[in-house]
Design a binder for this molecule. Sequence first.
Ligand SMILES: C[S@@+](CC[C@H](N)C(=O)[O-])C[C@H]1O[C@@H](n2cnc3c(N)ncnc32)[C@H](O)[C@@H]1O
Length: 539
Amino acid sequence: MDVYRDSTWILEDLVKQRDNNKLVSGSLKNIIISKHKQFKLNNKNLKNVFACTIETYKHLDVIDFLYDNLENLDDLLLKLEKDKSKKPNKFTLYLMINDLLFSKTKRVQLPNNHYLKKFINQLVKPLNKNWLKFQKINKISSIDEYLLKQNGENKPIDQPPVRWFRLNLAKLVTQDKIDYIRNEIINNFKHKVDSWKTVAENLDCIYEDEYIPNLFAVSMNFKISKSKWYKLGQVIIQDRGSCFPLEILDIQPTDYIMDCCAAPGNKTSLLGGYIYVKNRLENTEEILEVEDEDITRVIAFEKNDKRSDVLNSMMKNAGFETRKYNPDLTVAEQTEKFFEENSMKIDIYHGDFSTLCNNDRNKEIYNSKFFKFNKAILDPSCSGSGIYGRASIDNLNKADLEKYTAKEEERLAKLSSFQTSLVSHAMKLPNLKKLTYSTCSVNVIENEQVVIDLLLKHSDWEVIPRSESIPYWKRRGLSSAFDEYISDDKKESLLKGISLQEIENIKEACIRLNKEEDGGIGFFVCGFQRKNNSKKNKK
Ligand SMILES: C[S@@+](CC[C@H](N)C(=O)[O-])C[C@H]1O[C@@H](n2cnc3c(N)ncnc32)[C@H](O)[C@@H]1O
């Protein structure tokens, strides 16, 4: 009964939000996990609660029909109340109806002698009758057919068209091992194809990305998480867009890089692999300066307590050695942990990146610990409007972007100003020369708008030009995002200090990946460099 009880609370809450026409953000999975925590529910049931709630929520309008058309329901409920002095919650019944009609086992998860199981058993016939009626009205023969029709797509809802995964260099280390595993993976498939679209429909095919090294796409039906490569940590599931920022940063063996908003750490571990493995293999001639044991080449900030723990364990699982620091303490105050010689070191700062170097005390910390850092990744919290889960919820909510309420607009404006302030803070750090700003949002206000606001605020920074920002990627910044800054006759820039040509360059420097169309989540990234860093001073 625990599963139904826990799922009822979450389902009731989700429906309440839907009925208030409130747009639910984030993936359904994440929402359920957070509600599970909010209601302090039993963790043992999480997987089951997730399955139960998500399936029932997906089928809500069907179950509404089945339930509302139960002729004798009120009488049966009255009788139950009289006999047992109990009235079941409508959503508990919904969850049981879903299990009864649409689950694999077609069974209610209760013992046979449970009063609710006995109750629902009385409804089996009328429910089946209503389901047949529903199928007839909607001209469908199964629940999946109904969902596909609703979504207008020829694939199950709520998942990307292909699965992207990359080699985890930290677990491979030598060129021989990298080549061996790469070939082993490719040879596991009958065909290596030259478009990710081909793999979507075909389990026999693998695509090796043309933009990101060691990144592959396979059919969603290929269970990469069951493979030995995944189990050994040799591959990591990571969307294509999420790998783009590191390509733009052009990581060199001499770089010190900070990931300012790091958890769960997909970009951090990719970064670590570039710094500690890829670069060193590719630059055998380069004489590396003697490494300072106290200053690692990769540092990751994470403000949230729990997420910083997740980040720490993800990095360890990925093959790195980590130290976790408290940013409110000076270096002298930290309990020092020494790394093994030649280990792949990542320092994790559980703290707010925006406090770095913002007062005398923090300046001292910066000067003793962070002065070498010359590049940064900024991937701050965003609306997540480009991620999966979102669209299906929007569909189910029957709300789309046009229906954003004033509250939603306010939320996006707040996010945009938070994102701008965080990157702005990074731009003020004296030794930073290059950075990337990225989001998994599709909204202009969180993307191109942030880029423009930053350039207006920081005249000493410019965008990294398209020629150095994955130039062959075709989808660049949205023209419509820049229209308001150009005169009606298209001859003049309306932005103070930024010419028309510069506006064009900024648009070209921005990169967008469209959700679905580009094979995965919707993503945005733009690179920045300090002005005197360009051309002659570039490393
Ligand atoms: C979009 S997620 C980062 C995803 C990550 N880059 C990856 O690829 O796995 C944003 C993260 O930034 C953290 N965050 C937000 N504000 C922060 C701040 N001021 N300082 C440090 N971390 C922050 C959030 O807690 C969240 O974990």
